[in-house]
Design a protein around this ligand. Structure first.
Ligand code: GDP
Ligand code: ZN
Length: 298
């Protein structure tokens, strides 16, 4: 019997929890669980609800993944932004606004460092049909790329199929069409990605609270306003390379095991860039992120 409920939102004492029938309850934590456990509960967690006069969370079930960020109060503690996320879906526009590949690569590193699959959406294809050429490097690496237009209803079914039954953390700059895409795929849902979270969080200290939106055909879209701030914490300089699948694929051939792929002789990564097997733009993102991580002195 499936009696697993899902935490949709919550910041502190009261959590909005969706039971297996789709009914949403305001639930508090059962007394016995309170210390410690309370701090660990996150949006996306699977829980068992106890139903009496009011709903109470009786048990938190093990997670299969977590999008984590550094805790604001304690740089050494991590705070989970969303649990049980199956995929990070990064949305950009072909133009208006112009895609920022540094930001895209940063999002992909966040996904890779959390061992979560990533998918790219390039929206507003109607405004610039050259987008597929621009994102060919990402397809070559193996990331699924969806080319969509809300205006011309291109690629919406395929994107809907990729979201169905999965928990997807939707992210990307504002204005790229995240809300428009969700509303075109799920008419009537009136899903304002970003906007909802901003109003929910207004005036509160917790500005990073994620929100889970149940989808009609199963699965959830997680609105994670704090994903940009999730940053690349948890990645040490030595493991950054592993967050780039195309570097991961060749770094075993570098002459030195601890090669940073910057200026070391016999570097297979730089050789791959030179012969055009790895994108120079992606390599540039690696170099910049490495500088950021090393500069921070952690
Ligand atoms: P969000 O901030 O990412 O949620 O972006 P919105 O969904 O609010 O969309 C921002 C603007 O882009 C709105 O004016 C939309 O009408 C427009 N827009 C969204 N999708 C498309 C598209 O596929 N083509 C064009 N031309 N405009 C779009
Ligand atoms: Zn190397």
């Amino acid at each position: 019997m499936n009696d697993v409920s899902v935490v949709l939102s919550g910041t502190g004492g009261v959590w909005r929890v969706r039971d297996p029938d789709g009914v949403v309850h305001d639930a508090s934590m059962r007394g016995k669980l309170k210390d410690g456990e309370q701090l660990k509960l996150s949006v996306g967690d699977h829980v068992r609800l106890e139903r009496g006069d009011s709903a109470r969370i009786a048990e938190i079930l093990p997670r299969h993944s977590a999008l984590a960020r550094r805790s604001p109060g304690n740089p050494h503690a991590k705070r989970v932004v969303a649990a049980n996320v199956d995929q990070v879906v990064v949305v950009f526009a072909a133009v208006k606004p112009e895609p920022n590949v540094r930001m895209l690569d940063r999002f992909l590193v966040v996904a890779e460092s959390n061992d979560i699959a990533a998918r790219i959406v390039v929206n507003k294809l109607d405004l610039d049909a050259r987008a597929p050429a621009m994102f060919a490097d990402y397809e070559r690496i193996g990331y699924p790329v969806h080319y969509t237009s809300v205006k011309q209803r291109i690629g919406l079914d395929a994107l809907g199929a990729a979201l169905a039954g999965r928990v997807s953390a939707l992210t990307g700059p504002s204005g790229v069409g995240k809300s428009s895409l969700m509303n075109a795929i799920y008419p009537g849902l009136d899903l304002r990605v970003g906007a909802i979270s901003e109003s929910v969080n207004k005036g509160r200290h917790t500005t990073v609270g994620a929100l889970m939106h149940p989808l009609p055909d199963g699965g959830y879209v997680v609105d994670t306003p704090g994903l940009r701030e999730v940053g690349i914490w948890g990645v040490d300089a030595a493991s950054l390379a592993r967050c780039f699948p195309e570097i991961r694929a060749v770094e075993g051939e570098c002459r030195f095991r601890d090669c940073r792929h910057i200026s070391e002789p016999g570097c297979a990564v730089r050789a791959a860039v030179e012969r055009g097997a790895m994108s120079g733009e992606r390599y540039e993102s690696y170099v910049r992120l490495l500088g950021e991580l090393e500069g921070r002195g952690e």
